[in-house]
Design a protein around this ligand. Structure first.
Ligand SMILES: *Cc1c(COP(=O)(O)O)cnc(C)c1O
Length: 320
């Protein structure tokens, strides 16, 4: 568990999740290719179970529990896609799940988590620390804590997204990955290095909180205040020890996107590809649009990480 994950771990994860996870489609748009002057392939995790790639890492991590761990149960903290991913994975594997969520989390997310059989424990995000609460529950009740990104089995599961992409499309010149705590990017990196070694790797963060770029520049994990952005899946305040270790060694560069650029990418996805993508899921494509001049003539991969957004909010973002 204290070992840094490798591509072998990604392969193992692929075998474990295969009967349960969707092999998501890779989509292209002739109009987007023409506009950008590049060949762009989109790996669509908005079509994954629970609507985001997080199901992969959660399922892989839970499927590695010992019988005792399974009986006692899992605990995690998340207000977003990881909560639902752990709840569903636990339900499929017959493991009791406790999810620590802020008391002001969107009602739809709380309902979805409970709908998968997760037991929700509410906390006050302004006065209490979710990692502490999760740790205390784990200690008191003998639960196993599965954090949203900084865990080798979670990273290995997330790496199966890029593994499937490279297996389907072959070598790429560059791959753009949404970046929060870095589970998806570090997993993608493991697969890219094994399957398309010369592919340039880009992590894309909200402009309001570019902690990864700062961390790599400084050589240690930088902590920031929770960034104010519509990209709610990319609001962690810091990378983890495991994710930083992979990212600092292998990632080519970092880029940022403003909320406005994310909305324009959402609009392009709806217009040209007819798909609903949540703001965080647009980070990679927003960066490609911004860097189009330097990507001309190249084969470019984009991970669309998720599609969970309340439709009223989606409509109002696009109308603004
Ligand atoms: C969690 C999440 C991310 C960020 O993933 P990390 O592994 O934390 O970097 C990006 N997009 C969506 C839709 C997410 O749910």
């Amino acid at each position: 568990m204290s070992q840094s994950p490798t591509y072998d771990d990604v392969r193992g994860a692929a075998t474990r999740i295969e009967p349960y996870a969707h092999r998501t489609p890779v989509l292209r748009s002739r109009l987007i290719d023409e506009q950008l002057g590049a060949e762009v392939v989109f790996k669509c995790e908005n079509f994954q179970r629970v609507g985001a790639f997080k199901f992969r890492g959660a399922f892989n991590a839970l499927s590695r529990f010992t019988p005792e761990q399974r009986r006692a149960g899992v605990v995690t903290y998340s207000s977003g896609n990881h909560a639902q991913a752990v709840a569903l994975a636990a339900q499929l594997l017959g493991i009791p799940a406790t999810i620590v969520m802020p008391h002001d989390a969107p009602a739809a997310k709380v309902a979805a988590t409970k709908g998968y059989g997760g037991q929700v424990v509410a906390y006050d995000r302004y006065t209490e620390d979710r990692e502490e609460i999760g740790g205390a529950l784990a200690a008191e009740r003998g639960l196993t804590l599965i954090p949203p990104y900084d865990h080798p089995h979670v990273i290995a599961g997330q790496g199966t997204v890029a593994k499937e992409l490279f297996e389907e499309v072959g070598d790429l010149d560059a791959l753009f990955v949404p970046l929060g705590g870095g589970g998806l990017l570090s997993g993608s990196t493991l697969s890219a290095r094994a399957l398309s070694p010369d592919c340039r790797l880009y992590g894309v963060e909200p402009e309001a909180g570019a902690k990864a770029a700062q961390s790599v520049r400084q050589g240690s994990v930088v902590h920031i205040d929770t960034p104010k952005t519509i990209a709610d899946g990319a609001q962690p305040q810091h990378l983890g020890a495991f994710t930083f270790d992979v990212i600092r060694r292998e990632v080519t560069d970092f880029h940022t996107a403003t909320d406005r650029e994310l909305v324009e990418a959402m609009r392009a996805f709806a217009t040209f590809m007819k798909i609903v993508v949540e703001p965080t899921g647009c980070l990679g494509f927003a960066a490609v649009r911004d860097l189009a001049a330097q990507l001309r003539g190249q084969r470019v991969g984009v991970i669309i990480s998720g599609g969970n957004i309340d439709l009223g909010r989606y409509a109002s973002l696009l109308a603004a």
